[in-house]
Design a protein around this ligand. Structure first.
Ligand SMILES: Cc1cc2nc3c(=O)[nH]c(=O)nc-3n(C[C@H](O)[C@H](O)[C@H](O)COP(=O)(O)O)c2cc1C
Length: 272
């Protein structure tokens, strides 16, 4: 059956995955000559409902790498709420220029279990959420052009027919989470760290509460967080007055470790 629509679905706390996924979806839509729509799975309210794809859609699914895998709670929501019906899927993963390790394998595995047929996958080195020096400036114009070309190629595969297709990707969907290292190469933990607020700069606009993918920031008092924090940096990068920051010593030590080891430009990888 010829596809009649393209639907992109992404989780993107700081925008890298969104740019790549939308570029790929726009290209897929143009190459198939069908309309395109977008589901922003970053938003907690969107993740409350079921998202069902039909057999005549093409899904373009984008996720970032967190600790070598997919973001924990969001992956649970993906597994329990996003369903395909033998829907062909183009898989996009962004990572912060260190390693995508097991995230592509985990995303392909969850999608297969949920009724999708992953047709092609790609891993894009991107600016690390923790530092502008790691993966600096990426995804850049070349990366976005690559995502367009990659999606076009995936659409040619879909049009030729995907019955019996199995996509091989590297990584282990069941591998444990990566443990971050500090400057001295020893493991660090900043699970309980929370973003702080410079009260002189904060004008209580509530933008941070709107941006938090876990809905954890108190709208009336941004100094208060309820529940979990991914350290995703959405509140920090999205604060219009630059009032939010992390000063947890182990977090800072991990950022320095990334900046000392992972600034070299990495190549995009395609799996078709
Ligand atoms: C909690 C957390 C863990 C991360 N773990 C990794 C990792 O294991 N490897 C890596 O290369 N980048 C890692 N990153 C960087 C992100 O994968 C990268 O910045 C990604 O492009 C963010 O996507 P977004 O801008 O769509 O939110 C991590 C970022 C966060 C916030």
């Amino acid at each position: 059956m010829a596809p009649t629509a393209v639907r992109a679905l992404y989780y993107s706390a700081t925008g890298n995955t969104r740019k790549l996924t939308v570029a790929a979806a726009e290209s897929a839509s143009a190459s198939l000559g069908v309309p395109m729509s977008v589901v922003d799975f970053t938003s907690p309210s969107i993740r409350e409902g079921i998202v069902a794809f039909s057999s005549d859609e093409v899904a373009v699914i984008g996720f970032p790498t967190y600790r070598s895998k997919l973001p924990l709670h969001i992956c649970d929501d993906l597994a329990s709420k996003v369903r395909g019906d033998s829907t062909p899927a183009i898989v996009i993963v962004s990572y912060g220029n260190r390693s995508y390790a097991d995230s592509v394998a985990q995303l392909v595995s969850v999608l297969k279990r949920n009724g999708f047929v992953p047709v092609a996958a790609a891993a894009y080195p991107s600016r690390h959420a923790y530092s502008d020096l790691v993966g600096a400036g990426r995804p850049d114009a070349d990366d976005l052009r690559d995502a367009e070309g990659f999606a076009g190629e995936a659409c040619r595969i879909i049009t030729a027919g995907i019955s019996g297709r199995t996509l091989e990707v590297p990584g282990d969907p069941d591998a444990p989470l990566y443990v971050p290292l500090g400057e001295d190469g020893k493991p660090v933990s900043f699970l309980h760290a929370r973003p702080k607020v410079d009260t002189e700069l904060c004008n209580r606009c509530g933008r941070c509460a709107d941006l938090c993918p876990l809905g954890s920031i108190d709208r009336k008092d941004p100094e208060v967080t309820h529940g979990d924090c991914f350290k995703c940096q959405a509140c920090i990068r999205g604060c219009p007055s630059g009032a939010r920051f992390f000063d947890d010593p182990q977090f800072v030590s991990h950022v320095r470790q990334l900046e000392s080891l992972y600034t070299e430009r990495k190549e995009i990888e395609h799996f078709l």
